[in-house]
Design a binder for this molecule. Sequence first.
Ligand SMILES: [Zn+2]
Ligand SMILES: [Zn+2]
Length: 276
Amino acid sequence: MEDHGSTYLQLFVDETTFYNRIVLGSLLPSSVWDPLPHFLQTWLRNYIGGVLVYFLSGFLWCFYIYYWKRNVYVPQDAIPSYKSMLLQIYVTMKAMPCYSALPAVSEYMVENGWTKCFSRISDVGWLAYLVYLVNYLVVAEFGIYWMHRELHDIKPLYKYLHATHHIYNKQNTLSPFAGLAFHPLDGILQAVPHVIALFLVPTHFLTHILLLFLEAIWTANIHDCIHANLWPVMGAGYHTIHHTTYRHNYGHYTIWMDWLFGTLRDPLDDEPKKVM
Ligand SMILES: [Zn+2]
Ligand SMILES: [Zn+2]
């Protein structure tokens, strides 16, 4: 994006201020958040947003697959115990304040003009917007694949960070609440490709924020152990294999990176009937 100087950057500041006001203003008394510096308001807004998205998607998804559609997607004996879900919620809640720092920092960088972000889709037009979005997603897919793979391959990283997420390795302990149950640093590292993309690809600012939050919904979904078989989506069937072999399916939204780098394992190949 060409530099319009500080008037253009003011658009980002106005935008984040607006989001802060909507979220914080409707949930907290203004005496609590108004005196905070802008950066902390942004962090708090992302924290509250993250907690809300995590619990809403987690509860709705659990209600749907374990209660409403009982025995349809998940056999009775494979429903995770309350204890394992509570542990996953506990691990997530401990990490959430750290996770929220990532969008707070990325928004800070955007507001200061360090990235290639643009504020309005009309600044580039719809066609360019879509082309940039595809590029952003490719960077994210590539980055998240390799970040996740290195978190396994570099042994100290696995031992001290990523192992926290892999204590849930059986079908009846994995649940949608495991989606964000990471060591705080692990969760941040796996989201860093989203921030790197801002420096490589012109990105619509709000789309970036929404894509970060979409991660919370997506990751709840891929931990429900229900294999949807929707090519080329790397859904829960694939991710369950990741949790049992540790050597396959490091990928993110799609199977393409695992296919490209030779780590793909199809749920239908080795276990024709696991869940359904
Ligand atoms: Zn892993
Ligand atoms: Zn996982």
